[in-house]
Design a binder for this molecule. Structure first.
Ligand SMILES: Cc1ncc(C[n+]2csc(CCOP(=O)(O)OP(=O)(O)O)c2C)c(N)n1
Length: 531
């Protein structure tokens, strides 16, 4: 972020509201995501013209929109929720923002201070405790005049690697109390890696017979995409994507891109077993979903990990870990003239084209989307059982072009796409969502319509919680319960929220419908009935 030097000279008494607005301007947080109630109304008095308020119709939607916006702008987003009820609705998305490492300053109204002893209507008890442990810091300031200082601290803490949400509870009568003007300070949280350890990694990569890089979300978050490509090409390393990464950190059409590590211990060990040196960049070592046995890596494999998150370095199951910003670490590695004379890796075989049949397969849907989408479009994905198809047929080839939940919690994709579209008005944003996933935060459609966002929403309509059905089958449950989703009309839902909606059931219609939806200047939902 850039710090603005502010003119702090002003006439008249300064209120808490003045102090907070002044800070938010300085931090570049003039877009406020919220859902209001009586305890927030005083904040909105005399709303300044240079602020925009993005209303979400349910608080989990509000936070997930802010999450997408913050990731796409690379700055913390400001959220304002309604007391304990609003925070309660938002918690699933707060959990996801925490795992996404997304900087958010979340505020919520509290009842007026003079009534707090009498458990008033809408009182938030132990307000600062409620969102824990999924906020990095939380407070209800002891005195009204400290609210601006609390917002400043919440901002710096949210922006500190690993980024994440913070929380400030603000009593409703604080806004008109005397406050103070705080000028944003320049604070750098960037961390350069230990020089000696970087030399060790450079040496290991140089002498390695068959090195591999495992790239995770912090590479893209830390703006290190191009640097990783340089490093990979310099050392002719195979490049794997870390399990269930919420960002894409390496061009998936690059000849050295080897594939996506599954979130299973034995499969990861097997996939990496041919490599004598593995360097994990910006990812846990490793994220697991389904329990399996065996060593976490083959004994002949030496593991290094560079992460911007000291916790990840602490719990990794083995290897040498270095805490640093990914861009700085890779610059230092490249400075070590790390190189190797290895033969070029064989290119991955091209993915065979899917032939059309009447019904639409998920593979065909992904292939069609890959062929029609603009090169610089952004995909926000939450379609669990379609992800393998997406990875095969819809390669992500640019930095800052892919967002997904890192928590595994559903309800992120659709609202996050709206947040990304608000942040990137010049880019086509595509929400690629399962029919089940979209229903966790479907109200995001309304915000997209109100702001007339040119967003394309593709609902993969398989009529079921497909990922759960697949997992249940694997676990030996023959007839899983609670996984069927009949009777939802997504076209009606789209129209009911003010968007365009169209259903497509036959493969010969898919291309034309998709092309239209990708050019539409209004939010357009395509319900694709897949086989
Ligand atoms: C908040 C939340 N509730 C439940 C789940 C469990 N869950 C994981 S995948 C899934 C199914 C998602 O269905 P859909 O979006 O239709 O995608 P599909 O699996 O069919 O591809 C569910 C319910 C979850 N991950 N998060």
């Amino acid at each position: 972020m850039s710090i603005v030097t502010l003119d702090t000279s002003r006439v008249g008494p300064v209120t808490v509201r003045d102090g907070v607005m002044h800070l938010l301007r300085g931090f570049g947080m003039t877009t406020i995501f919220g859902n209001p109630g009586s305890t927030e109304l005083p904040f909105y008095c005399n709303w300044p013209a240079d602020f925009r308020y993005i209303l979400g119709l349910q608080e989990s939607v509000v936070v997930a929109m802010a999450d997408g916006y913050a990731q796409a702008t690379r700055n913390a987003a400001f959220v304002n929720l309604h007391s304990a009820a609003g925070v309660g609705h938002a918690l699933g998305s707060v959990f996801t923002a925490y795992r996404n490492r997304t900087p958010l300053v979340i505020t919520a109204g509290q009842q007026t201070r003079s009534m707090l002893m009498t458990d008033p209507f809408l009182f938030a008890q132990s307000a600062s405790e409620f969102p824990k442990p999924y906020v990095k810091w939380s407070v209800e300031p002891a005195r009204a005049e400290e609210v601006p200082a609390a917002i400043a601290r919440a901002y710096y803490t949210a922006m500190q690697s690993p980024c994440g949400p913070t929380f400030v509870s603000i009593p409703a009568d604080d806004w008109d109390q005397p406050g103070e003007i705080i000028t944003p300070r320049l604070v750098s949280f960037r961390v350069r890696p230990d020089a000696g350890m970087i030399s060790d990694v450079a040496r290991a990569l140089s002498v390695s017979k068959r090195p591999a890089l495992v790239v995770g979300p912090a590479v893209d978050r830390n703006n290190a995409w191009d640097l990783v490509v340089q490093l990979a090409e310099r050392i002719q390393a195979a490049v794997w994507a870390s399990p269930k990464s919420g960002r894409c950190s390496f061009p998936e059409n690059h000849p050295q891109f080897t594939g996506f590590l599954p979130a299973e211990r034995n499969l990861i060990a097997a996939a990496l077993s041919g490599h004598d040196v593995v360097l994990v960049l910006g990812a846990p070592a490793f994220s697991y979903h389904v329990e399996t046995d065996g060593p976490f890596l083959a004994s002949a494999t030496t593991l290094y990990q560079i992460v911007d998150d000291a916790e990840l370095a602490s719990w990794a199951l083995g290897g040498t870990a270095i805490v640093a910003n990914l861009d700085l670490a890779i610059i230092d590695l490249l400075d070590h003239s790390v190189s190797a004379k290895r033969p070029l890796l064989p290119a991955r075989p091209a993915t065979p084209r899917i032939q059309t049949s009447d019904v639409i397969s998920v593979d065909f849907l992904m292939q069609t989307l890959a062929e029609l989408r603009p090169d610089d479009s952004i995909v926000v994905e939450e379609a669990p059982s379609s992800r393998a198809s997406m990875q095969k047929y819809l390669p992500i080839c640019r930095s800052e072009s892919f967002y997904a939940t890192s928590s595994g919690g559903l309800g992120f994709g659709l609202p996050a796409a709206v947040g990304v579209a608000l942040a990137k008005p010049d880019r086509r944003v595509i929400a690629l969502v399962g029919d089940g996933s979209s229903m966790y935060a479907v109200q995001a459609l309304w915000t997209a319509a109100q702001h007339n966002l040119p967003i394309t929403i593709i609902v993969v309509r398989n009529g079921t919680y497909g990922a759960l059905r697949g997992l249940a089958t694997r676990l030996g449950t023959n007839a899983p319960i609670g996984v069927d989703l009949p009777g939802i009309d997504f076209v009606a839902l789209a129209i009911g929220h003010g968007c365009e909606g169209i259903r497509v059931e036959h493969s010969n219609k898919l291309g034309a419908v998709m092309a239209m939806a990708l050019q539409a200047d209004r939010p357009t939902l395509v319900e694709v009935i897949v086989s």
